[in-house]
Design a binder for this molecule. Structure first.
Ligand code: ADP
Ligand code: MG
Length: 322
């Protein structure tokens, strides 16, 4: 009997779909996704892993918000709906490119599907307290425009980067993800061998109110939601694909040094020593650490183009139990 396949959650960073500096045209995004899909297709083709994919949606949600704000002809949709829209958009692109790979390679038994995926958060999360929201979304505004958006759309706006001419942005709560609402569906599909795309953009944030799920205008951190998904499906490996090959010590200084491997204890120490920047590498390392604490075997951080090399141990930063 063939050995049991391991389960791997692969989280795609923002650059997987829209590179920095690109506008985000349909063509550009398909080209980027196609490159990534080829690698993931190869991993699936190799037959050792059941793959569950997740991804960010920052640039896509940002563009959609601009399109909505610039039109008075149709009502702008709430942020949770934008979450659902971008899950469909990005899921479609990945699905299309993966299916094309399967077709080309004659992988007739391989199936892939995107789940529109809600993730429960708590209304008592401190991020929902008045003026506490921390996650900037959408375009940068000049102060005047920011005040107008506040007035007209009831946005919470904050000055996020005083060095820019347009220094203000809308900020929304970024609550802790508590529970993936479609996890049973995902488990069943994974069990039957389907490649699942889930929890895109951190999942659509919902709260439970009077026994019902209700979408909220918030954004869940995709690194945190990816870890929750990986732990909930009992993944063996949690692979984070981003725009650097390895996490580094003394990042951005002359003493910068690659981290090839870190145990939980080391990861904790490096976090305390402040090697990872808030808002980029820190949430990734914290998510990897939590995945291992929850019983995962191996978490990996590497560059988008290095997934296979990292999986085979030739590169990447590997986070392991003590
Ligand atoms: P993603 O879209 O994949 O989540 P992020 O921009 O959030 O990507 O995180 C990756 C970025 O983290 C890198 O481009 C790098 O600038 C930054 N970073 C911060 N601290 C470190 C570190 N210690 N080692 C490597 N990269 C770091
Ligand atoms: Mg990030």
């Amino acid at each position: 009997m063939a050995g049991k396949k391991s389960k791997m959650v692969i989280a795609l960073g923002g650059n997987a779909i829209k590179h920095a500096g690109q506008e985000g045209t349909t063509e550009e995004q398909f080209e980027n996704v196609s490159k990534t899909a080829r690698q993931i297709g190869e991993i699936i083709e190799n037959g050792e892993y059941k793959v569950i994919l997740t991804h960010g949606n920052g640039p896509q949600a940002g563009n959609l918000l601009i399109q909505q704000e610039d039109s008075d002809r149709a009502p702008a949709q709430d942020l949770h709906v934008i979450g659902g829209m971008t899950q469909g958009q990005i899921g479609y692109m990945i699905q299309n490119e993966l299916e094309n790979y399967f077709k080309k390679r004659g992988m007739v038994d391989c199936l892939v599907v995107t789940i529109i995926n809600q993730v429960r958060v708590s209304e008592d999360d401190p991020e929902f307290e008045k003026d506490s929201a921390s996650k900037p979304v959408g375009p940068f505004y000049k102060k005047e425009k920011a005040m107008k958006m506040k007035e007209e759309r009831n946005y919470l706006v904050k000055e996020v980067d005083p060095t820019r001419e347009k220094s203000w942005r809308r900020v929304v709560p970024s609550p802790e993800p508590l529970e993936n609402m479609e996890v049973e569906t995902i488990r069943k599909l994974v069990k039957s061998g389907v490649t699942v795309i889930a929890s895109g953009g951190g999942g659509i944030p919902v709260v439970e109110r009077n026994g019902e799920l209700k979408g909220v205008n918030a954004v869940i951190d995709k690194d945190k939601a990816g870890e929750l998904l990986a732990s909930e499906v009992n993944a063996d490996i949690f692979m984070n694909l981003t725009d650097v090959e390895k996490a580094k010590l003394n990042f951005g200084t002359s003493k910068e040094q690659d981290i090839d491997e870190m145990s939980l204890t080391k990861a904790e120490r490096y976090i305390k020593e402040g090697h990872f920047l808030t808002g980029s590498m820190l949430p990734k390392v914290e998510a990897c650490k939590r995945f291992i604490e929850n019983g995962g075997e191996r978490a990996i951080i590497t560059h988008l183009d290095k997934a296979i090399d990292a999986l085979e141990g030739r590169t990447g930063t590997h986070i392991l139990p003590d």
